[in-house]
Ligand binder design. Structure first.
Ligand SMILES: Cc1cc2nc3c(=O)[nH]c(=O)nc-3n(C[C@H](O)[C@H](O)[C@H](O)COP(=O)(O)OP(=O)(O)OC[C@H]3O[C@@H](n4cnc5c(N)ncnc54)[C@H](O)[C@@H]3O)c2cc1C
Length: 855
């Protein structure tokens, strides 16, 4: 018995000690000393067989070798570096530049397998300045009031002239432009809040305002423009005298934008009557937001210099220039029609357009730097406009759906009481909370100087996907009320708009499959980029030293992640160290667990698949999903802290983190199921899921608590939709739903009197209107109470109503013909199509010019 106990002690000392050293990331030297001491003690005090001791000391000798730095560098690292160089995945310049863009932030902590929560929690909660708050409550609120989205989308096909004028006057286009150039100089957070609010009212308005404040000429000029260019353009862009757009996409180059064939050739030509060296441009672009009304075009093209007029290169690569749209050969004005959301979007072409070299953004020195500029700016912009648009639509949908489901009765009950509807409502509320948190925390990090490239891609993809889910669920909750289009339909246009955000700024499938993990693995991994750079270092000796440091750091990191993943999974992360002792503590611990598991899985995926991982898009996508889930869950926890840990928000927080971490678990499981190297998959499963998949999705009971948050009036419901335009006024159905919801809580005692009277046989009718009459007659309720009930009933019926139209309202002739379609409909007979195109040109020219004058 005692020898069993002694044996167990030594086993525990070695195994437990080993796990402890790896788990806590004790450095190699100290770990070696600790292991050597334990082994010495075992040799002197233990009763091990001689052969066994020899084996243990041999194993220890292997551990000692990496401590002999010079020896390991020559004998281990140098051959490893040579092999590594032969395995390096090929990388285009475009990919290299994408990798260098932006900064590594909380994403890097999640990749470390041991996130430092203090770092995240120490970031200040983002806040609007007094000036930003005044703008949000003033012009922004007023603009929302002015927007009649039915009129814009279905009657006018554009925002009215007074709305354009208001937008320009209050400098909505100039949120990112510094004050010295006449802009508002708002923070990224304020920018996001304004877009969120506008999107809750009109997708047309939010897209129109979003683009100039995102990736466009102003942003490009601010970062890369010459002082002369800034002085010339920024004040005019700020005042709205110049309307910008940015043209990158062309018919043959969509997602693969760098493959564009639009060209600029350096040559001599005439400019203002003088012979100068300039660029002759030819382009054919499509899908360009604001192009139909733009006065200045940010243009991406490939620059060639066959006659070496600029330097000694034949080809410079992708370049960005500013082209006034009134330059000879430029064509704008035609419009696309993006899913019935008529923000200005259209094609533009340029035929032999000649401009001076100083039209290149940043001047001739920036020739060929266009792609780098775009990627760098996207690393911030992607986190703002599209995620905020999705959040704005979702805040409005959550506010409306909660009230609607509480007011709408079927089978004698508010529909929110039915579990199926409740499930959809919980998803609406939870996803909205996640979006709010992600935007607030990420834009807050941008305010603090971060350029979080990977989180931006996470937000772009996940917020727009969650926006799509919220739009679908809200439609289901509303039934026919959501389906029937008309001025009273507050959901249909948002529902239609969801694929727009999915498509732009990197279409979502591509973003998930290639960018999130692809960029994350290189950028955020603590060692991969260091190894890559060291292997490419022209200085052989420096490269070897750096590669050696990175390689052994990497091995230690992998061993530690194995220990952490296994121990945390085995113990359900109960002993994991986190800085808070709050009701959300367990969620921090669970993220710690998945961070280690994710880091382990990522390392093995890169080690065994190497460059092939890029082609295994679904494996990469699933790892990206795990990273995204952890990132979004972290923002939820931080947002909860930032908002003062309100107990009433706890159901939303729990639902959100549970949903996200359950998703992380399932995606890791799918990753392992599909991992091509089966023995490695089995090995990884032992360390990641030693107890199987034990994490559960939110319970029905938790879902019910979330439903209560959005179906009852109160601070949590208000906070969830804090940026949405919810003002109670006749033109705002969402505000009117809130008014009715407030009234419903006041009349609840009267309704219960009616129900009791019905039970007692004092009321015999089923229809509420008649019940009120009967109850009044039978003195169940007073005259005044009856009137209160009638008013309430009338309000609810008005909100449940849908629009109808006179017969013939949808005759073809009622609306203008879809003129742009003529271009692509090749099957139409030539004569017919030519006539149509001629008519179309006439119509659209007329429209464009009249609109230009209106503006
Ligand atoms: C409303 C709207 C506004 C826009 N505004 C602008 C603008 O102002 N300026 C501008 O320059 N551009 C603009 N765009 C263009 C937009 O950025 C591109 O549409 C987008 O990049 C996708 O290109 P595509 O539509 O040609 O799709 P495609 O490239 O044909 O892609 C089709 C599908 O294939 C997927 N896919 C492609 N390659 C891969 C891959 N390797 N792995 C996985 N999936 C892949 C995509 O995700 C997508 O789902 C706008 C587009 C729209 C619809």
């Amino acid at each position: 018995m005692s020898s069993f106990l002694i044996g167990s002690f030594w086993l525990l000392l070695f195994v437990g000690g080993g796990i402890y050293l790896a788990y806590s990331r004790i450095d190699l030297l100290r770990s070696t000393v600790a292991t050597g001491s334990a082994l010495l003690a075992y040799t002197l005090l233990g009763d091990a067989a001689f052969l066994w001791l020899i084996l243990l000391w041999l194993a220890f000798a292997i551990m000692v070798v990496p401590n002999l730095v010079e020896f390991r560098r020559e004998k281990i690292t140098r051959p490893a570096l040579n092999i590594y160089r032969t395995m390096l995945p090929s990388m285009s310049d475009t990919e290299r530049e994408a990798l260098a863009a932006g900064s590594v932030w909380w994403d890097g902590e999640l990749f470390s397998g041991m996130p430092d929560w203090e770092r995240l929690l120490s970031y200040p909660a983002p806040k609007l300045s007094d000036e930003e708050q005044a703008f949000f409550d003033g012009p922004c609120e007023e603009l929302c009031k002015m927007l009649d989205d039915w009129d814009i989308a279905f009657e006018r096909g554009d925002m009215p002239a007074e709305v354009w004028a208001f937008i320009k006057k209050h400098r909505f286009f100039a949120m990112i432009i510094p004050k010295q150039y006449g802009g508002l100089e708002f923070s990224a957070y304020a920018n996001a809040m304004v877009i969120t609010k506008l999107a809750s009212r009109s997708a047309t308005a939010s897209s129109t305002v979003g683009v100039p404040n995102s990736l466009g000429p102003a942003e490009l000029l601010l970062h890369y423009g010459t002082e002369k260019q800034k002085q010339h353009y920024l004040p005019k862009l700020a005042s709205g005298d110049e309307i910008p757009c940015f043209a990158l996409t062309s018919p043959q180059a969509g997602s693969d934008a760098a493959a564009l064939i639009d060209s600029g050739v350096v040559c001599k030509g005439k400019w203002n009557g003088k012979q100068i060296v300039g660029i002759r441009l030819n382009w054919d672009k499509r899908y360009i937001t604001l192009a139909p009304v733009a006065t200045v075009l940010g243009l991406a093209f490939k620059l060639y210099d066959p006659d070496h007029l600029m330097g000694d290169k034949d080809e410079y690569g992708i370049t960005a220039a500013l082209i006034p749209t009134n330059t000879d050969g430029v064509s704008v004005g035609r419009r696309h029609y993006p899913l019935s959301i008529p923000f200005q979007n259209g094609p533009t072409t340029g035929k032999d357009v000649f401009v001076p070299l100083d039209h290149i953004i940043g001047g001739p020195d920036m020739a060929g730097k266009g792609w780098k500029m775009l990627v760098e700016l996207l690393s911030v912009g992607r986190a703002i406009t599209l995620p905020s648009s999705a959040a704005g639509g979702s805040q409005a949908a959550a506010y409306a759906s909660g009230a609607y489901a509480s007011l709408r009765k079927q089978f004698g009950l508010p529909i929110e009481k039915f579990d199926g509807v409740g499930e959809a409502l919980a998803r609406i509320a939870g996803h909205t909370y996640i979006m709010n948190a992600a935007i607030s925390i990420t834009s807050g990090a941008i305010v603090q100087g971060e350029k979080p490239a990977v989180p931006s891609a996470i937000l772009k993809y996940h917020c727009t996907e969650m926006g799509r889910k919220v739009a679908n669920d809200s439609m289901d909750v509303h039934g026919g009320k959501g389906v029937m289009m008309g001025p009273g339909n507050y959901l249909g246009r948002g529902y239609m708009a969801t694929p727009i955000a999915i498509t732009v700024e990197g279409a979502n499938i591509l973003t998930r499959s290639l960018i999130i993990f692809g960029q994350g693995a290189m950028r955020c991994h603590p060692f991969v980029l260091r190894e890559l750079n060291a292997a490419n270092d022209a200085d052989e000796n420096r490269g070897l030293i750096e590669f050696d440091n990175a390689l052994f750091g990497h091995i230690g990191y992998a061993v530690s992640n194995m220990a952490r993943s296994f121990f945390l999974a085995l113990t359900h992360a109960k002993f994991s160290d986190v800085p808070l002792n709050t009701p959300t503590r367990r969620y921090y611990q669970n993220i710690n667990r998945y961070s280690a598991a994710f880091a382990l899985a990522s390392d093995f995926a890169m080690l065994t698949l190497g460059g092939k991982l890029k082609q295994k898009e679904l494996l990469s996508a699933r790892l990206g999903d795990v990273l995204s889930s952890m990132y979004l869950a972290s923002t939820v926890l931080k947002h909860f802290e930032d908002q003062g840990r309100r107990a009433s928000d706890l159901p939303l927080v729990e639902w959100s983190v549970r949903t996200l971490m359950y998703n992380a678990q399932e995606q890791l499981h799918s990753f392992l199921r599909n991992f091509p190297n089966r023995p490695i998959a089995f090995f990884l499963r032992c360390f990641i899921f030693p107890r199987g998949r034990t994490y559960s999705a939110p319970s029905d009971e938790l879902g019910r608590k979330v439903v209560d948050v959005i179906t009852r009036t109160g601070e949590a419901r208000e906070r969830l939709s804090a940026q949405a335009y919810t003002t109670i006024e006749p033109g705002n159905p969402i505000g009117m739903l809130q008014e009715a919801l407030l009234l419903s809580e006041q009349v609840a005692p009267l309704e219960s009197k009616l129900r009791q009277a019905k039970k007692d046989g004092l009321i015999h009718t089923e229809y509420l209107g008649h019940q009120i009459d009967e109850a009044e007659k039978g003195s169940v309720i007073s005259k005044q109470e009856a009137q209160t009930l009638r008013d309430y009933h009338e309000k609810v019926m008005a909100l449940m109503a849908v629009d109808d139209f006179p017969a013939g309202a949808f005759d073809r002739g009622h609306h203008s013909a879809p003129v742009a379609a003529a271009k692509s409909r090749k099957t139409v007979t030539k004569k017919k199509s030519e006539k149509k195109i001629a008519n179309a040109k006439k119509t659209s020219k007329k429209t464009a010019s009249s609109k230009k004058t209106a503006r």
